[in-house]
Design a protein around this ligand. Structure first.
Ligand SMILES: Nc1ncnc2c1ncn2[C@@H]1O[C@H](COP(=O)(O)OP(=O)(O)O)[C@@H](O)[C@H]1O
Ligand SMILES: [Mg+2]
Length: 230
């Protein structure tokens, strides 16, 4: 389906290059929410590109049978040499080699058994969610479910935040969520149409030019910094 041979060749070349930095602890980040359309695939594609862009060999795994991750990232490795491989969950079995950095776009509407498995295998679970009430409600129950299976690895990232939102408003919004027992990243992802454009072209926003692409890319990189700091 995806020409893994070509990307694998590229990964091999990069892995043996002296600029390759593999100093970050092993990561298996699962992107999860029981609601669809919250930005799981967008985050999975862009965060995995950001990791690979740092020289870290990364595998992006499409765990959703709708295969949108494979589509959304289809052109990344063809437009640039980055140590990134994109594969379906089934194809990834036995194909991960020595890679230690994984981003998993999990399937929509996971049941409690799926959740327990995700908690068990992940080093971090990211739950994207906008500030809309209906998404917050479902996210609240996703968090409760994760709590009930003993997870201490999950954190919500506010997505589609209006670019004009004031910093202090955001701070009190995040404080409110934390007050309800919902762990939240300090970094937020703002709403920019460029994410849609990137998805349509099978690329990361980090590969597009222009002012909003730069702003979107900054948000993604800040979130990655926060992930790697922990
Ligand atoms: N921060 C954002 N700004 C603008 N559009 C976004 C943002 N995050 C997601 N989107 C768009 O919202 C839609 C749903 O996102 P997607 O990642 O496919 O959600 P999911 O994988 O959770 O179903 C897509 O069209 C995507 O491009
Ligand atoms: Mg998706």
């Amino acid at each position: 389906m995806i020409a893994l041979t070509t990307s694998e060749k590229k990964v091999k070349t990069l892995a043996s290059s002296p600029t390759m930095k593999n100093s970050v602890s092993p990561l298996l980040v699962s992107i999860l929410n029981q609601k669809g359309g919250v930005g799981k695939t967008m985050l999975a594609v862009n965060l995995s590109y950001a990791l690979a862009k740092r020289g870290l060999e990364t595998i992006l795994i499409d765990g959703d049978p709708n295969r949108s991750t494979l589509v959304g990232a289809r052109s990344i490795v063809y437009s640039e040499e980055v140590p990134l491989r994109v594969m379906s969950e089934t194809a990834s079995v036995g194909q991960t080699g020595a890679c230690r950095h994984f981003l998993v776009d999990t399937k929509a509407r996971p049941d409690p058994v799926d959740l327990a498995e995700i908690v068990q295998r992940s080093t971090l679970i990211i739950i994207p969610c906008s500030t809309k009430q209906d998404e917050l409600r479902v996210t609240g129950s996703t968090v409760k479910l994760l709590d009930s299976v003993g997870s201490i690895k999950h954190r919500v990232v506010l997505n589609r935040v209006h670019p004009n939102n004031r910093e202090d408003t955001l701070l009190s919004f995040k404080a409110g969520l934390r007050g309800q027992g919902i762990p939240v990243f300090d970094s937020v992802i703002r709403d920019y149409a460029v994410y849609d454009e990137a998805f349509g072209r099978g690329l990361s926003v980090g590969q597009l030019r222009g002012k909003t692409a730069e702003k979107a890319w900054t948000d993604i990189q800040q979130l990655l910094e926060e992930i790697l700091r922990d």
